[in-house]
Write a protein that binds this ligand. Structure first.
Ligand code: KIV
Length: 281
């Protein structure tokens, strides 16, 4: 049976140079396949707002939505380390909110850690959640919840000032007590500096190979999310196209009478049809 990893395993993997594999999952089936595939970590990301609910971004996502999806993922992947993603306004308003909402992920969905976006400005929240006995992963670089302030879904750390600010944020997040950090859409050279500077694991989504592990959004990797594809995504399949063609075939079969066939139907017991005809005559 697969062994669920702990924060100490992730720390040891960093020190041994072993990469952590991490993908988002929002539902039972995907999480089950991820666990079967031996994924180290799952993120119930607030990207579910786009991938599952069809919102333009992550801003409308609520705590209740995140909890429901985290519960399903937990049921499917009991032996995988699961991270709940704190949605917009679940931690920005106050430290108290942050601790209570992080606690909801633990109490109601049984997650192993939570993730929240932001640098120095969310360090009081990271400290308070960690003091509450929970595990926090920081998230810097392209932070979708504040994409308006960033001028859109844009890569970060492209200039010396921006790179320096990211490095300072990374150090502050580690000092606040986060056990790991996610860096999104940042040049690999900046991610490498952060990875080499911090003692905690540093994971990349679109920040190059010099990280302690990689995260991808499952709907991107599978080719299910088709609205747009960020530069950093590798699409391993076009499952969306496959789903469409299967649905088309099904529609054609039903309309043309090719489905269902005899093998897909139940038959009355021997002699019962004749008895029914007599009764109805
Ligand atoms: O919600 C999510 O999937 C995320 C990734 C974009 C990092 O936070």
């Amino acid at each position: 049976m697969k062994k669920k990893l702990t924060r100490f395993d992730f720390q040891n993997m960093k020190e041994a140079g072993e990469k952590v594999t991490w993908i988002t999952a929002y539902d039972y089936s995907t999480a089950m396949f991820a666990e079967k595939a031996g994924m180290d970590m799952l993120l119930v990301g607030d990207s579910l707002g786009m991938c599952i609910y069809g919102y333009d971004g992550t801003i409308p996502v609520t705590m209740d939505q995140c909890i429901v999806h985290s519960e399903a993922v937990r049921r499917a992947a009991p032996n995988t380390f699961i991270v709940g993603d704190m949605p917009f306004l679940s931690y920005q308003v106050s430290v108290e909110d942050a601790v209570l909402n992080a606690g909801r992920f633990y109490k109601e969905a049984g997650v192993d850690a939570i993730k929240l976006e932001g640098g120095k400005r969310v360090c009081p929240q990271i400290e308070a959640i960690s003091d509450g006995g929970m595990l926090v992963i920081g998230h810097i670089g392209l932070t979708p919840q504040s994409s308006g302030q960033l001028g859109g879904f844009k890569a970060q750390g492209l200039t010396v000032d921006s790179a320096e600010a990211l490095i300072e944020d990374a150090i502050a997040i580690q000092e606040a007590g986060a056990f790991a950090l996610l860096v999104e859409a940042v040049p690999p050279e900046v991610c490498k500096i952060i990875r080499d500077t911090l003692t905690i694991p540093v994971y990349s989504i679109g920040a190059g190979v010099d990280a302690d592990g990689q995260l991808m959004i499952c709907h991107d990797v599978l080719g299910i999310f088709q609205a747009f594809t960020p530069k950093f995504v590798k699409r391993y399949a076009e499952i969306g196209d496959q789903i469409e063609s299967v649905f088309k075939e099904y529609v054609a079969d039903v309309r043309g009478g090719a489905f269902p066939e005899d093998q897909h139907t139940y038959r009355m017991l021997k002699g019962e049809e004749e008895k029914l005809q007599i009764r109805l005559a």
